[in-house]
Design a protein. Structure first.
Lengths: 173, 173
């Protein structure tokens, strides 16, 4: 199936000039959701991954299934103030606004092989911050995986040197 | 394995007097995470579920895996302002603070059989709001499933009449 057709585009959300790519329509379509999760699993199953990092909150919906199937731990990167134990944090600029993300300081051991999953890469601020957090903990990032990439926003340039995989692209954003 | 032993207890977070039950340590333990997800799957696999509703954001980590394995759609209930399309909303009181949750108005069809998953039931405000949202859309709630229940906080009383399942309990909260 064409996964892109299951993603809803919402012009003007959350601010004027942005076309938001809404993956809830993909998630609520069982065939599309399964196919998306299976693409990630088949891509990463032979990479000896130790931990899957998912980014708050849509990254959880795809990263969790991947962690389950790889039989490895799932590690959340969360918005500031959501993780209860000792954390490290990174600030970043969003396409619209700014934010801070955190990870538990004991979530990843030095040298562990990590894949980071988020739903979408736009300007790349969130994934750049997540990459920095994982590296601070000594994680070896095998790849950053996304369902959607918006290439016009050049998010890849924020994480040069990392492997990047996206299932589909939307141009003209 | 004893799943309770994989849950980290953090006294005084997010406010004094509360013992926070931190499930990130369960999620990062592959055996515990798999066992938790499998308990839900085996419980719901023969109930002809049409949709799994997961509550923002830790409910996503468990609800998503359940939706995948049941081969049904995953529906997020999210904090206010996170869902981009037409929503309905419910306000509720938290154990510490208050909040609003939303669901997409087209997420559930009338008569669909639904299970709602969250990580934890404390005073029950969040699940009560989620139950109301699903019912407003005409969903038939088969059960509300949790990893942790804090029975002293009497969350069950908020959703009397619903089936409630929790994998483990912590007393003395």
């Amino acid at each position: 199936m064409n996964l892109k057709d299951t993603i809803r585009s919402i012009p003007g959300w959350p601010i004027e000039g942005v076309i938001f790519r809404d993956l809830t329509t993909l998630m609520q379509n069982p065939t599309a959701y399964k196919e998306t999760c299976d693409i990630f699993y088949h891509r990463y199953k032979d990479m000896q991954i130790d931990k899957v990092v998912g980014i708050d909150a849509r990254g959880f919906v795809f990263g969790a299934v991947l962690a389950y199937h790889l039989n490895v731990g799932f590690i959340p990167v969360r918005k500031k103030g959501k993780l209860p134990y000792h954390t490290i944090s990174e600030n970043y600029a969003l396409e619209y606004g700014e934010n801070t993300v955190e990870i538990h300081a004991d979530a990843i051991d030095n040298g562990e092989r990590v894949v980071i999953i988020d739903d979408l890469i736009a300007t790349g601020g969130t994934i750049e911050a997540a990459v920095k957090l994982v590296k601070k903990l000594g994680g070896d990032i095998l790849e950053c995986g996304f369902i959607v990439e918006l290439p016009d926003l050049k998010g890849r340039e924020k994480i040069k040197g990392e492997n990047i995989f996206s299932i589909c692209e939307f141009e003209g954003d």
